[in-house]
Write a protein of this length. Structure first.
Length: 351
């Protein structure tokens, strides 16, 4: 009987061992299975309160090592190799450079001003030029109005001038004469740096009509400190009797006297001009202008007054307010004649 009981105990023990062995083999992860859980390190303590922990005999309240979460980008897909690094290899902080502030409205600086006025803005200018020999000062009133950002309407009127009337021979007396020339012009902006200007000057008595064409250009350099441009008044063409001048009234009086005597009139003029504006400060601008004028489209003088003349002028413009400019310049309309030296002053404001 004892022998039978021993045999049964041995069989029971072997059965338990066999079942335990099969369970361990089945539970063991495959070597090539990427989804198999990673076994904890040998030194890592089991989580508190687990069955393994309670049965291992470890001391209660012992420290538990935290397992770090894997990085969000384990494969390095989103890594930026061009990102700046610090000395320890970490990403350097990103420095954001603020955008430059754009000028709002019509700028005070002359070098930054566009060719045409903004929409619904008006500008009125009164200028006085006074050649010294002979002394024939002339006052000219000009107005501009921005219909749109690309279209500008202009009006010029010769207010008055002091000169000896060429039509009265032998008087040699200078008096004030009201102006008789008025002109209307339109400027269309093709690009920010170039436009097309068409003007029609008219002389009232006797009636004379001309045509003025220009291609005003302006380029900016040195972050807006320097502006170069020109070709504002490229062509002046006679349409009827003679081409009126909108700058010097004595020229119109001479042309009117030639008409009365049936003399040959100039067919017009070709004028190449350029200017430079240096912005010394937001209020102060230095302006230089020069060029060549071909009267009657000829470089040689004739009975109609043809010939080539070179002109140059330099001055300053002070903007006391954003809407108010005061300017003064000196120069020669004809460098071959010292008497052509002419100071010029103007005042202009915008509304």
């Amino acid at each position: 009987m004892l022998r039978g009981m021993s045999v049964r105990r041995v069989v029971s023990v072997l059965s338990v061992c066999l079942v335990a062995s099969v369970t361990v083999v089945v539970a063991q992860p495959k070597k090539n299975d990427p989804k198999a859980p990673v076994a904890p390190a040998k030194d890592a303590a089991p989580p508190a309160g687990s069955a393994a922990g309670s049965g291992s005999g470890a001391a209660e309240g012992s420290a538990v090592e935290m397992v770090e979460d894997p990085p969000a980008d384990m494969d390095g897909i989103n890594e930026n190799p061009d990102a700046p690094k610090t000395g320890d290899g970490s990403d350097a902080p990103l420095v954001v450079v603020p955008d430059k502030k754009k000028t709002v409205g019509y700028p005070m600086e002359e070098a930054l001003r566009p060719i045409t006025l903004p929409a619904n803005m008006s500008e009125i200018s009164l200028g006085i030029a006074a050649p010294l020999d002979p002394f024939v000062p002339t006052a000219v009133l000009r107005a501009r109005y921005g219909i749109t950002r690309q279209v500008q309407l202009g009006l010029t009127y010769v207010v008055a001038s002091v000169y000896d009337d060429p039509g009265t021979m032998g008087t040699m007396k200078s008096t004030i004469h009201p102006g008789k020339a008025v002109g209307l012009d339109v400027t269309i902006l093709a690009q920010d740096w170039i436009g097309v200007r068409v003007g029609v000057p008219v002389y009232i008595d006797p009636v004379a009509i001309g045509l003025q064409l220009g291609a005003p250009m302006r380029f900016r350099f040195l972050d807006g400190k320097l502006a170069l441009g020109g070709l504002d008044d490229l062509l002046s063409i006679k349409l009827y009797r003679f081409a009126p001048s909108l700058t010097t009234e004595v020229i119109n009086a001479s042309a009117a006297a030639k008409f009365d005597s049936n003399s040959i009139q100039s067919k017009g003029a070709f004028r190449v001009s350029a200017y430079a504006v240096y912005q010394q400060s937001p209020q102060l601008a230095l302006i230089v202008r020069g060029g060549v004028n071909l009267e009657d489209f000829s470089g040689t003088r004739s009975d109609s007054g043809g010939g080539s003349t070179t002109f140059i002028r330099a001055g300053i413009q002070y903007s006391a307010k954003k809407f108010l400019d005061v300017g003064f310049s000196i120069g020669w309309e004809d460098l071959s004649q010292l008497g052509a030296f002419a100071p010029n002053a103007y005042l202009q404001f915008r509304i």
